[in-house]
Design a protein around this ligand. Structure first.
Ligand code: 6PG
Length: 251
């Protein structure tokens, strides 16, 4: 299987890197991500604002980034692609996981260069609006109007960040960040909007595990517009970092 494949149309240009089986896979993911960040810094001449997803896939990769590229981690500005409606020290918290893995801090003590959603919140919409304003302030300080790099995961249902099929992910009017419906099986979430993900300069999907092989195949080969990941792939260029298991149906 070639280690780099390109898809499109209907994808708008998806570049897929597949981890070589003999490699230290986590190091491979971390090194490609760091290469993308370094290249961005060199081209833009400034630190990037990088949005991080949660879930179970990226933690080991974040931890490897911290060990292998500590200066880069300290230099960049980081934010959240999405968050669950829990306090930072809750095991389900994305910001808590990111603090522990990427920054080596307690979940309740995020570093200044990691912008976190202020939770728990009495009012979800106000919390999302406050976070959107925080992002906007930092984007203005960086002299840019959009997030530079978004690291995304994907669910087997085609969700990404906390944009879930069957919700109003496509029609949200918030420009940057929104609170999404608690009626979800996943419960209330906070997420970058479709608009902010499409306007980002780079979108990188990080996927591991054979369980994701079918959704990866569907999204890359069919780009179904009714699924958040499919709509993103159809509308904007994406990078995909896959392990061998998640790439098995791309033959
Ligand atoms: C979250 C994530 C979410 C995740 C996918 C994949 O808050 O759960 O941001 O979008 O990336 O659900 O999750 P896994 O990595 O656990 O498979």
């Amino acid at each position: 299987m070639p280690l780099v494949k390109r898809f499109g149309p209907p994808a708008a240009g998806a570049i897929v890197d597949i981890a070589p089986t003999a490699s230290d896979e986590t190091a491979w993911f971390a090194d490609i991500i760091s290469d993308i960040i370094y290249s961005f810094e060199k081209e833009a001449g400034r630190r990037p604002l990088i949005a991080l997803s949660g879930g179970t896939t990226p933690g080991s990769i974040y931890a490897r980034l911290a060990v292998a590229h500590p200066t880069l981690v300290r230099r960049a500005l980081w934010c959240q692609a999405d968050e669950r409606d829990v306090a930072p020290n809750d095991p389900a918290s994305n910001s808590g996981m990111i603090c522990r893995t990427l920054f080596g801090t307690q979940p309740t003590d995020p570093p200044a260069h990691f912008l976190t959603v202020s939770l728990p919140a009495s009012d979800a919409c106000s919390a999302a609006l406050a976070y959107a304003r925080l992002l906007s302030t930092h984007l203005a300080e960086l002299g840019t109007g959009s997030i530079d790099i978004v690291l995304l995961g994907i669910g087997e249902d085609g969700h990404t960040a906390s944009l879930f099929p069957g919700t109003d992910w496509r029609t949200r009017s918030e420009p940057l960040f929104a609170a999404v419906d608690a009626a979800l099986p996943a419960g209330r979430r906070y997420t970058l909007t479709l608009k902010s993900i499409l306007e980002a300069k780079h979108r990188i999907f990080i996927v591991r595990g054979e369980a994701k092989a079918e959704i990866v195949r569907r999204i890359l080969l069919e780009a179904p517009d009714n699924l958040p990941s499919g709509a993103i792939v159809r509308a904007a260029e994406t990078r995909w970092l896959l392990d061998a298991g998640s790439a098995t149906k791309l033959e």
